[in-house]
Design a binder for this molecule. Structure first.
Ligand code: CU
Length: 211
């Protein structure tokens, strides 16, 4: 079963749900702000249209109202920022070093992904991982900047030349998922994609031993 943009809400990693909740909260908040402002613009445009008999000379000032409409949105968006920053650090750093079950090396190059498992087994454009394990990727690029993107896991991180970057995930659903390069990296960028295969840990152990 392929998962990807088609099943936008498919949750295949432990962080997917957190990410979707954050996205939904931001979406609802921005929609509310948009609706309220649009309503006010239309309301005042109609009320003070040319020729309307309204008082245009006395301005009522209220410091309280100024504070309310400044501080409430500020607080709400600050909360979103703190939430997103927390999520970002969760995504970058595994809960604990000892809790990493599997370390996988990722090399990006024009135009393929090369992946290596701890026992030395290598694969190209395909990544096999065991279900329910914390998997850490240590990534580097051989040439230009690439970006390692698995939509179903909600992970995306730049892969840089000359610098290691890490990211982690815990798959919570068996299946096959899209892997993309999300940073334009040259002619065949659009073909720099692959598959992530989430397997039962026993199947993974077996697969690892295969030649
Ligand atoms: Cu690329």
């Amino acid at each position: 079963m392929m998962e990807g943009f088609g099943s936008f809400l498919g949750e295949a990693s432990s962080l997917s749900r957190h990410f979707d909740t954050l996205f939904l909260a931001l979406f609802i908040l921005c929609s509310l702000v948009t609706i309220i402002i649009t309503f006010l613009i239309i309301f005042f445009a109609v009320k003070y249209r040319r020729g309307a008999k309204v008082n245009r000379f006395t301005v009522r000032k209220s410091t309280a109202i100024e504070f309310v409409w400044t501080l409430i949105p500020f607080g709400l968006f600050l909360a979103i920022f703190v939430w997103a920053a927390y999520f970002y650090t969760e995504l970058l750093f595994p809960p604990d070093d000892e809790m990493v079950d599997l370390d996988i090396a990722v090399v990006g190059k024009q135009w393929m992904w090369k992946l290596q498992h701890p026992n030395g087994k290598r694969e190209i454009n395909k990544l096999h991982v065991p279900l329910g394990k914390n998997i850490r990727l240590t990534m580097v690029s051989q040439d230009v900047i690439h970006s390692f993107f698995i939509p179903a896991f909600r992970i995306k991180h730049d892969v840089l030349p000359g610098r290691y970057s890490t990211i982690w995930f815990r798959p919570i659903k068996l299946g096959e998922y899209h892997l993309f390069c999300a940073e334009y990296c040259g002619t065949d960028h659009s073909r720099m994609r692959g598959k992530v295969v989430v397997m039962e840990p026993s199947d993974y152990a077996q697969w690892l031993q295969q030649k």
